[in-house]
Every structure is written in C-alpha cells, then in structure tokens.
Design a protein around this ligand. Structure first.
Ligand code: CU
Ligand code: CU
Length: 289
C-alpha cells in the first residue's frame, strides 16, 4: 500500500498526537538515539578524505531519503498509520506557525540558554532528554529566526530557482558546486554571513540550537524539514523528465580529487549498503499530498 506524507499544517489533532506519541515511544526504546548516532557518524565534511555519503555530496538526497524511510518504518512498527509529515518552510515561515504548538513540536527556546520549555520535547516534561550529542547539552534548544543575528527562512522563489536547474549535480561533487540541483537544495555557497547558507542549510540555521550541526536529529523537526527537502527532489524529477536522475553515473576515476569520496549511481551507501539508483523512485512506497 502506498502511503501518504502530508503537509504538517493539514494534520488533524489525532494525527499530530499519533506522530508525537510514536516519536516518544522510539525515544523510550533507545531507537531514536540510534538515529542521532547514525547522523553524527555520517556528518563528514568535504575537507576530509574518504567516502562521504550524507552531506556535501551528490548522495545527500538519496542518503536522507533512506534515513527517513528507516525512521518511518520504525515509527510504523509502533503505529502503522503514522507517516512523516513535511514542513513547507516557504509557507509556515514564522515562530507563530502551528508547527510550533504545544501539542506538536513545542515552541521556541527561552532566553539565555535557549531551552525549549513547551510541548512534548521539552526536557522539563520528562520525555526528551538529549543523551547523544556533540556538546554537553541535555535539553533540546532552539532560537527560531535567531533574533540577535536575524536570518529568514528560504522563500518560494529560492525553491523555484533550485527546481529550475536542469542538472542534478556536477563536479567537483562537493560544497563548492555553484549550480546543480543537489547543492542548490543542500545549500552551500561561498558567500559570507547569512548568504553562506541557502535552502536546506538555511532552515537548520533558522531553527538554530540543536538543529545546528551533526546532532540535529535531536530536534524532531529535523524529520519534517527533511521530508520537505525529499518532496522537492520528487518535484525536480517531475519537472525534468529527460534529465539524468542522478549523477555521477560512474565513480570519479583515479587521479580525480573526488576519487573514492562520493557515491556514484550504483555505489552502495553505508550504513545500509543501498545504492542511489534504488532510491530514485519512491512512488511504490509513498507519495506527497
Ligand atoms: Cu543530514
Ligand atoms: Cu539537514
């Protein structure tokens, strides 16, 4: 059965509750923290040597697609009706959005230490202790819009610009690519200040707190953000039916600085050893509404 991932703003109260409860159950069982660990392990920047599959690489999109599927399957073992909702941040682009309500993601962090004090993931409510982290912090933090150094969410125009690029990705297959859909969506630029981060990356900066960096999975909004990114990949494919759906098709040869560092179309991606080619079409698994 093909299931549907919905826009979070259209979920019923019961659907919101079911999603939150399944996430909390994964946290209790310790499985949630395994997802945090996996993301930290694969947070490899392109300055490092060796294979990088999750970020600053062509397989940013298929790697996170599989990561989302693994998470969704774990949720569905708890409640088969649950799917990962998506957050369209071009539309729900303020801290006043229902996304941040008490019965869903909870609100902004408080002043001073940015600790989230409301909702199911507030440390004080006893069900969400951050136990796998890259810092000492034990509680979820946010600083929505970062008022001291304000940053805005990406706009519909930013998304359209990325979707209009007819090429999936290009050499040198890292964070320095000036065009190509993958980096337009992943969002690295060589600019300075806020302009350094666009689209996907900019959303992590806007939420701030736990959403910055390797342990960003500690904020459950991570999944809603990445579901929207995944939906944009689907839209890009639909808009460019004759384009190569994934690049590179073959691995960069010996002598190429990216040799051994990026996953080509048929290279297995750790930790699941699934190739990007197996993740190009999700239409038999789920759809976006
Ligand atoms: Cu990631
Ligand atoms: Cu991300």
């Amino acid at each position: 059965m093909v299931y549907t991932r919905k826009n979070q703003r259209n979920l019923t109260g019961a659907e919101r509750k079911a999603f939150v409860n399944a996430v909390l159950a994964l946290k209790r069982s310790g499985e949630y923290d395994e997802f945090v660990r996996t993301h930290i392990e694969f947070y490899v920047p392109d300055g490092d040597d060796g294979l990088r599959v999750a970020h600053m690489a062509p397989s940013f999109l298929p790697w996170h697609r599989q990561f989302l599927l693994e998470f969704e399957r774990a949720l569905q073992k708890i409640n088969p009706r649950v799917t990962v909702p998506y957050w369209d941040w071009t539309r729900d682009n303020t801290p006043a959005s229902s996304l941040w309500s008490e019965d869903f993601m909870g609100g902004n962090g408080r002043r001073g230490d940015f600790q989230v004090m409301t909702g199911p993931f507030a440390y004080a409510h006893g069900q969400w202790e951050v136990s796998v982290n890259v810092t000492e912090g034990r509680f979820l933090t946010r600083d929505l819009g970062r008022p001291k150094d304000p940053i805005t969410l990406p706009t519909a125009a930013d998304v359209s610009q990325a979707l209009a690029d007819p090429v999936y990705d290009m050499a040198p297959w890292n964070s320095t690519c000036r065009s190509g859909f993958r980096n337009r969506i992943e969002g690295w630029t060589t600019a300075t200040g806020n302009a350094r981060f666009r689209t996907h990356n900019r959303v992590h900066r806007w939420v701030s707190g736990a959403m910055l960096g390797a342990a960003s999975v500690n904020d459950p909004v991570f999944w809603l953000h990445h579901a929207y990114v995944d939906s944009l990949w689907s839209r890009w494919q639909a808009a460019h039916r004759t384009a190569k759906r994934y690049l590179p098709e073959v691995a960069p040869p010996k002598g190429d600085p990216q040799h051994g560092q990026v996953a080509a179309l048929h290279d297995p991606m750790p930790p699941w050893d699934i190739e990007p080619a197996a993740l190009l079409d999700h239409s038999r698994i789920y759809r976006y509404a």
